[in-house]
Design a protein around this ligand. Structure first.
Ligand code: ZN
Length: 463
């Protein structure tokens, strides 16, 4: 942690402030962070050796105490007690969401070691099929929180600053004009450091309400979903709304693209820092402190990126993200296909051995189907180009209804005239480079997806 700006931890021992003698959770987090500080500089092979030792313990536990895995290891002909190598992993089948749904209770351990603490439920909000019911433990909670703090340290954040979050929350909660307020950044940073205050606004709030709330809150840091940041930054640029206090924008929950980074910088003159996590596996990757790529969080999870045949992708290749959380002994997930696609990167110039993802691209349904049979992650271009044609355009979403038809859903502050629709259509076609039939539908409100996520593009074409 030496090179990052960091405050003095909160001491929980009366009469002692420096060095702090922290309480139990803070001590656990600091001890894990101390190790993270060293492991990040190991080579990729050294990191894999650490993971392999942990995987061996996980596999042994899973095969002994989780009925589903007892069968699965036997069927794959893999000895769960043996040393773990890359070829062991390749022999284990990839686990899909449907497998977990079908297995029901059989994916949960019958015997959680006492040292892993209490189990807690993790609800995963699936957009297809019923939610998965997985469990985490105190150990997975510590790893999650340590990664949260690692992200703050990597990006040199002043934890004494004001944090504003515009995120998904329950209906009717944290609504404008006030939102909701707390006196700490949350259970991760707040457990270790005396942080500044935090404020929360529901992501379903209208853009003018969000901008007014941010102006009033004057945060040092803003966290939100990329789709919301793109629309909000566009809104602020068009109206000259600056947030002079703001130092950084953080994004999470959806793929972030270069346009969003550019818009954020143009709107408020600050960089965007992204992280990639999932309910099932915790922190998967955090943006490098120096470059716009993500470092896989090898200390928390074993991540593979594989092609359609299950082979490991190399630098520059796009494949499916398959994860094995290293410490979840309650509901072990072994080679679980998260449903996301990502692009593998070459080792990072910053010197960290943590492997690189250059882009996180979204899910299978976010791929555009082309009549020739190909599937690509489409680029619909800069949000502002749409607003330049029609200033009334607020939020945009594109849905591929059939192999040759795209519907553009939009919220608008005033109806569009036919000439504007024509120009918008031409822009969509230029961006996609294919003569789709493009239709427009104006909505009063863009319906939010699960947990407030808003997919800029979704295809309804199977394949
Ligand atoms: Zn790096």
């Amino acid at each position: 942690m030496a090179q990052e700006r960091v405050g003095v931890p909160r001491s929980s021992t009366p009469g002692i402030v420096s060095p702090a003698i922290p309480g139990r959770m803070a001590s656990l987090l600091l001890s894990v962070l101390y190790q993270f500080d060293q492991t990040q500089w190991l080579t990729a092979e050294e990191l894999f050796a650490h993971q392999a030792r942990q995987l061996r313990l996980l596999f042994s536990h899973a095969a002994r105490t989780v009925p589903f895995y007892g069968r699965r290891f036997a069927e794959a002909g893999v000895d769960p007690e043996a040393e773990v190598t890359r070829s062991t992993l390749e022999r284990l089948p990839i686990l899909r969401r449907a497998d977990l749904q079908a297995a029901g209770e059989a994916i949960t351990t019958t015997t959680l070691p006492r040292s892993h603490g209490k189990m807690h439920q993790i609800e995963t909000a699936g957009s297809t099929g019923p939610a998965l019911r997985l469990s985490g433990t105190e150990v997975t909670k510590v790893l999650w929180r340590a990664c949260v703090i690692r992200e703050h340290l990597w990006h040199g954040r002043d934890l004494g600053g004001r944090l504003a979050a515009i995120r998904w929350t329950r209906q009717g909660v944290a609504m404008p004009p006030e939102g909701a307020h707390g006196d700490s950044w949350g259970p991760a940073s707040g457990a270790v450091y005396p942080t500044g205050p935090a404020a929360l606004l529901n992501v379903i709030s209208e853009l003018p309400d969000q901008a007014a709330w941010l102006t009033k809150e004057a945060p040092d840091y803003l966290i939100s979903l990329p789709s919301n940041l793109m629309a909000l930054a566009g809104h602020c640029i068009a109206r000259g709304i600056r947030l002079p206090q703001l130092k950084q924008v953080m994004s999470v929950g959806e793929p972030v693209n270069d346009q969003t980074r550019r818009l954020v910088r143009e709107a408020w003159g600050v960089p965007l820092k992204d992280s990639y996590n999932s309910e099932e596996a915790g922190y998967l990757a955090i943006q490098c402190p120096l470059h716009d790529v993500h470092h896989i969080q090898c200390e928390n999870v074993f991540v593979e990126v594989v092609d359609e045949e299950g082979r490991a992708c190399g630098p520059g290749e796009v494949g499916r993200v398959v994860v094995t959380p290293l410490h979840n002994f309650a509901t072990p997930l072994v080679r679980y296909d998260l449903g996301d696609y990502a692009e593998v990167g070459a080792p990072c110039a910053c010197g960290r051995g943590l492997p690189v993802l250059t882009r996180i691209l979204g899910r299978r349904r976010n791929r555009l189907r082309l009549p020739g049979g190909a599937a690509v992650f489409p680029d619909f271009g800069d949000h502002r180009a749409y607003q330049a044609i029609a200033n009334a355009v607020q939020r945009l979403r594109f849905v591929q209804r059939s192999i040759d038809e795209i519907e553009c859903l939009m919220t608008v502050s005033a109806p569009l005239v036919p000439e504007q629709e024509e120009q918008l259509r031409a822009l969509v076609l230029r961006n996609l480079g294919h003569p789709f039939r493009v239709t427009f539908t104006s909505l009063d409100e863009m319906p939010p997806g699960p947990r407030g996520k808003s997919e800029v593009f979704m295809s309804e074409v199977a394949g």
